[in-house]
Design a protein around this ligand. Sequence first.
Ligand code: BGC
Length: 730
Amino acid sequence: MLKSSKWIKSPENCNTCPDFYLNINIEKPISRATLKVSALGMYIAYVDGKRVSEDLFTPYCTQATKRIQYQSYDVTKLISGTSRIDFLCAQGWFVGEMPWSKDRTSKALSDHISLIFELEIVDSEGKKFCYVSDENTKVSTSHLLSSQFYDGEVYDLTAAVEELGFAVCDDEAKPELVEQEGEFVREQEVFYPVSMIITPKGERVIDFGQNLSGYVLVDAKGKQGDTISISHAETLDESGNFLTENLRQARQKMKYVLNGERKLLKPFFAWFGFRYIRIDEYIDGDIDLDSFKCIAVYSDMKRTGSFLCGNEKVNQLYHNVIWGQKSNYIDVPTDCPQRDERLGWLGDAQVFARTAAINFDVEKFFRKWLHDIALYQLENNGAVYGICPNVKFAYDTRISAAWGDAATICPWEIYLAYGNREILEEQFESMKMWVDYIHSFGEEEFLWIGGYHYGDWLAMDSDGDEVVTDCDYIASAFFANSTLLLIKAGEVIGKDMTEYIQLYSCIVKAFRKRFIKNGLPTVKTQTAYVLALHFHLTENMELTAEGLANLIKENEMCLSTGFVGTPYLLHALSDNGYAELAYELLFQEKCPSWLYAVNHGATTMWERWDGICSDGTFQKLDLDSFNHYAYGSVFDWLFGVAAGIKVQDDGAGYKHISVRPLTDKRLKFIDVSIQSRYGKVRSSWYYKGDKVFYEIEVPKDCVADILLEDGYSVTVAGGKHFFAKQYNLV
Ligand code: BGC
């Protein structure tokens, strides 16, 4: 692919976003035209001024030290005999500086934008013409004076466009070109202004009612030279003023200079995390709210999960989880869409992977990302760093337990959800390399002792930034879990896993010897107990479960877990006889709890349990995102335990499931469905007085082991099944 094309760059330093272009001239009618393009940077391709596709932010984010995707477009309908092809380019992920550090010294992969393309045309007589990127491609400046996706753009329609001459070949080594693997990012829902606010500071602010990732479309009518400037933010502060401090170094601003013509304006290469915009500059006169629309953008994943229950706050929580996922699934699973990060943090991704695969079809999305993890590992002796793709080339993330473990957890979850063994075949070496890396780390063969971990990140029992749950404990527990997942994966694809089965048993033995005394974890935190239970590391499940329940009761019936313990907390309780307490935590409204943010008007998931304090002030503005999806993982409990649908290891893709609903009168009813590869799986229950009715739907060709709370069990094949349970009858 693109074999005769050359990587090209601007002949001189272009002080705007460069426009690479060429004119073609074909005499005969055209029967087929295909355009293949990639860039180190981002590109938008146009034929005679028309966008070739609606895909945003191409060629997307990969481990660009190794590989970069190209996209292929059928442009037959757009092209005529004499057409002009343009490629407007911007820095994207790989060029320039990253606004991570205050002095902005963190450098990306390259200091200049590079482009590569091939346009293949077949005329009506079958004759082939190939136009490729080379020294015949021309370059000019553009109206897009600057573009950086954290900072925003300056688009000046009055700026003079200057010819820079012919492109030059870029001889620096370039990553391998691979065909598009991931999902395309596209425009999705449209939101209209909910209100216009004049803040106490006198700022003109528009509220779109939903925190999201995207941008604003402005219908701009103004005179030549009129300016429109817009800032984006997630929230207002406690006095009702526009709050940008939690964006840290990201500026999130759009500036347009008009040329007197009416124009629909939106960013070319930038997106923002926001619910509110502040109009900093506007053409003369009052702001016309009808001129502003907000467009959500995210990876074009098919929605698969639906959830409804009898508690409005839990329903709102699900809404927030969905928007947390939409806002953060922009080509890679990012941590947040607003501040100067927006990167593929592994911990966040693994914590949420199961919920993600319930909500949307994320198979393609994860496969691409996991391939980059494997490639990056090769550069690092099997170590998996905190961020992938690693685009902050100057920034060392940690090799941390629960972050690196995404390398084993995510492939397994994607396999379970979609039943495609290929993901395990593709990732097996990466999973193995990760386990081997931990195995060879440090002095202790069967434990993971030492290293520099993120720990139970943002746990409420933390002392400032210090995590309380011992990191050696967490790391060793995840070592066991990852080894177990590796064994399961290996067995699915027919590998001999004897060596790892022995390793696993040694890890469990060593863990118990070091961290379990008299049947209880020596580390006395909720997260430590949760891991011991969920990973089956304690010999005394009963005592440990009781201990966990006591820790919660002593903490005024509140959780204290962070990124590591939270995803398994309700499972650890309900799997071990404390279902009511699990529900208690779900319904808790005091901070920390899931519903606390809901009560504070959240429309997405917050990064911190206490992101906004009860008096409306903020906990820690330099680490206070209101769009972090990790704690949304509670929905794998709501689907998997409350509604009771779980994929069995021997029936990946929902071929073999168990359905064991766990009712609670406070929820009144639950009705969930998942569109699996085999069809719709649905579990619903509702109370009528004290009687519970169950409706369970199993796809054709699938099998479900149903177990109801009164002990009634039955194995059913595809179809709709109805049951009732009378509580008062024995
Ligand atoms: C990110 C997290 C991430 C973490 C590592 C943060 O800055 O936003 O979500 O997992 O760093 O602990």
